[in-house]
Each structure stands twice: as C-alpha cells, then as structure tokens.
Design a protein around this ligand. Structure first.
Ligand code: NAD
Ligand code: MG
Length: 391
C-alpha cells in the first residue's frame, strides 16, 4: 500500500487532541504519509474511526478489555487489531519511519523510549517523557540516533528559530504562556473555581490534563524542564513570559542582541505539520495570523505567588530528575482528584509541593540514574499524592 517516498507513521494516542490534529494533516496530505499503526487507551470506537480514516495497517488498544469490541468494529476492513501494553510497544517499534508520541502522562514513557531505542524519528508531544526522564531520554536518543522533533508549540517555535544556528550563540530562550483561564484571578477567587471553569482554556483546545496544567501554570513549568533537556540550556537561561494573545510561541535571544520569534495562530496542526514534514514544509489550512486585527501584543512576567507551580517546577529542575519525575507523578494524581471534585483547584499545586518535600526529607530525591529509579520515584510520589488528596 505504501507508495514510494511516503513516510510511514506510527501514531501513539491517535484518539486524543494531538492525535486527531495529526490525522487531519495526514488526510489532507495522503500522498505523503502512510499509517502503520494507531493506538489509544480505552476508546475502541474512536480508535476504529481513526484507523479507518487514515487506512492504518493496525489499530492497538492499551486496555486489553476493549479487544473484542475493536475487532468487531474493524471486521472486514483488513486492519489488524491488537490490545495490551505489549501491543502498544510493538506499535511503537514497528517499521515506521516516524513515531508520533501523543499519549498523555508517564504512560507514554515506555512505548516512546522503545521507539527511541529503535532509532526512530520521534514527533514528541508527550512532554512527560522529558519531565520524568529527560537526561536518560536524550542520552538514549543520542546513542541510538533517534531524532527528536518537538511538537509542543513553544519548543517547536524555538526549534524553528534555532534551526541551522549555533546553540553556543544563544543567550536565552523565552517560552510564552497564555496565562490560562485564571490569568487575572486572585488566589482567593481561584480557591473555588470548578473543573469546568479550569478546563475552559482561552486560546487552545487540548486534552483535560494539559488544560488543567495550563490553568495552574504547571504546564509551563513542565515546558521549562522540557526545554532544558531539548536544548541543553540551564534554568537561568530559560525564561517564561505571559503573552495572552498566544501569537508568539517562542523566542530565542542571541548574544548579539537579536531576538527571533516564531508566530502563528494557536493551532497545533502547524507545529505537528512542521515535525511530520521536517526539514520540508507542507500546506496546512490553519487560520492565518492577522496581526492588524490583533492590533497589539502584550507581554508580562509570570506571577509566582498566584501561580506557585512555576517556581516549584524550576526548583525541581535544580534538584534533579527524581524531583521532576515526582513533580509529574504527583501532578497526574492531583489533577485527577481535582477533576473528580475531591480537592480544590489550589490544592493541586499544594499537594505536588507537599509530595516533593516529603520525598526530599526522606532522602528519596537523590541518585536517580535509571528508568527503574524513575519508575520507583513515580510510584512513591503517586502513593503520597493519593494520600494527600484524601486527607
Ligand atoms: P488527550 O487526553 O486528548 O489524549 C491522550 C491520548 O493518550 C489518547 O489517545 C488516549 O487514548 C491515550 N492514552 C491515555 N492514557 C493512556 C495509557 N495509559 N496508555 C496508552 N494510551 C493512553 O491528550 P492531548 O491533549 O492530546 O495530549 C497528549 C500529549 O501531548 C500530552 O503529553 C500533552 O502534554 C502534549 N501536548 C498537547 C497539546 C495539545 O494541544 N493538546 C499541546 C502540547 C503538548
Ligand atoms: Mg506548550
């Protein structure tokens, strides 16, 4: 089925927000791409639709219980069906030229790492790979010749601005942040916000976890850690600026004083397409940025008092990989507890902070050198954060 010159893709997390945007690009550029595999967690209907839409060779559910339903849904299509975590890893390591890593959370680490070890090009949306295990992940990519192409809009922007330039000449990198739905709220007002309000992002349409992380600004903290690993810059050369219009996605300041930016409308199809076509560019029918209609762009320093997740993430980055792995794990648990209305909005960051402090006092945040260590600290942080979410 594959035509000459086509890029074969394996799409992990095809039913999600990033996954669906990826499918949209593929259906608009059918001559360029072939799909070896699509995967999802539990949503058999969504996965079957995705597989049919792009003519995937196989569809894989992480949850083995959905196998029967998926098989029925795809009967007679010729699309192969599999289920279970091993099958997801097989999809990640199949003979694709590029793997789109768009699973949410630490669950994406094992399959993405498996693809890295095969030396695949990775369009990396799953920032948790870098938050949990950044040094190991990048080391592994280096060793196995896996090219990491950042999908996250800020990092993709920086990648575009850095391309073919010498990183030594970089003074600092600036990540922009929309500020989320509560940019102008006081702490007192944030105390009682509902999951529905927190999920309503002003500029981006995204999955639940990253939407809540954008509201607390933990997402921007994760992105600082992500940028540190992708671009090898220390924390003091990674800056965050709140930019409510989300027109400028990232900037690089060079040592001669030049400040270069990448801009566009807030639509993930642009950075995804940049990764899929790299080093070329393909047509994407996003709305174009109308600067005259926008009129003005504003920038301000983030407020670490109202959004303590951001300084917390900087501190975790200084502490090391165990701390950033714990940061992610505790946040996954706390965000889930908030979405289930078991804790308040401000409790999310408070629980993450308490988890890290507890682990630090116990001496559990030092000497994290392997994926096994990362999974251990991830487990310990989850157990603590679950306890704190109940009390
Ligand atoms: P989403 O919740 O919309 O989709 C997540 C996908 O992962 C789904 O396909 C789901 O089936 C799959 N999945 C979830 N748990 C799984 C598990 N345990 N095992 C296997 N598969 C599982 O999330 P999203 O918004 O598309 O985000 C995906 C990743 O991309 C995240 O790491 C996020 O931080 C990152 N990202 C997203 C955006 C965005 O605009 N949505 C922007 C930048 C980065
Ligand atoms: Mg981002």
């Amino acid at each position: 089925k594959q035509k000459h010159g086509q890029l074969r893709l394996s799409i992990l997390g095809a039913t999600g927000s990033i996954g669906q945007s990826t499918l949209d690009i593929i259906t608009h550029n059918p001559e360029r791409f072939a799909v070896a595999a699509v995967t999802a967690n539990r949503n058999a209907h969504g996965l079957a639709d995705a597989a049919i839409r792009v003519g995937a060779e196989r569809a894989v559910l992480a949850d083995a219980e959905g196998y029967g339903l998926l098989k029925d849904l795809l009967a007679g299509t010729g699309i192969g069906v599999a289920a279970g975590p091993e099958a997801v890893e097989e999809a990640a390591t199949c003979d694709a030229g590029m793997v789109v890593a768009a699973i949410v959370g630490a669950a994406g680490l094992a399959p993405t790492l498996a693809a890295v070890k095969k030396g695949r090009a990775i369009a990396l949306a799953n920032k948790e790979c870098l938050v949990c295990a950044g040094s190991l992940f990048m080391e592994m990519a280096d060793r196995h010749g896996a090219t990491i192409l950042p999908v996250d809009s800020e990092h993709n922007a920086i990648f575009q601005v850095l391309e073919a330039r010498n990183a030594e000449q970089v003074e600092k990198v600036i990540l922009t942040a929309s500020g989320g739905p509560f940019r102008d709220k006081t702490l007192e007002e944030m105390r009682s916000v509902s999951p529905e309000e927190a999920l309503k992002h002003p500029n981006w349409d995204m999955g639940q976890r990253i939407s809540i992380d954008s509201a607390t600004m933990m997402n921007k903290g994760f992105e600082v850690i992500e940028a540190h690993h992708l671009y090898g810059l220390p924390a003091e050369r990674l800056e965050v600026l709140v930019h409510p219009q989300s027109a400028v996605h990232g900037l690089v300041q060079y040592r001669d004083g030049s400040l270069l930016a990448q801009m566009g409308t807030p639509d993930m199809r642009t950075p995804i397409a940049h990764c899929l076509a790299w080093p070329e560019r393909i047509p994407v029918a996003t709305q174009r940025l109308d600067l005259a209609a926008l009129g003005s762009l504003t920038f301000e320093k983030p407020d670490g008092l109202r959004f303590p997740a951001l300084p917390l993430a900087y501190r975790a980055l200084e502490t090391g990989m165990a701390a950033t792995a714990a940061l992610n794990a505790a946040d996954e648990v706390a965000v889930d507890a908030f979405l289930r209305r078991r804790i308040g909005f401000l409790d999310i960051t408070a629980i993450v902070e308490r988890t890290i402090e507890t682990l630090e006092r116990a001496g559990d945040l030092s000497g994290c050198g392997s994926i096994f260590d990362v999974m251990n600290v991830d487990g310990a942080a989850r157990r603590l954060a679950e306890g704190f979410s109940r009390s």
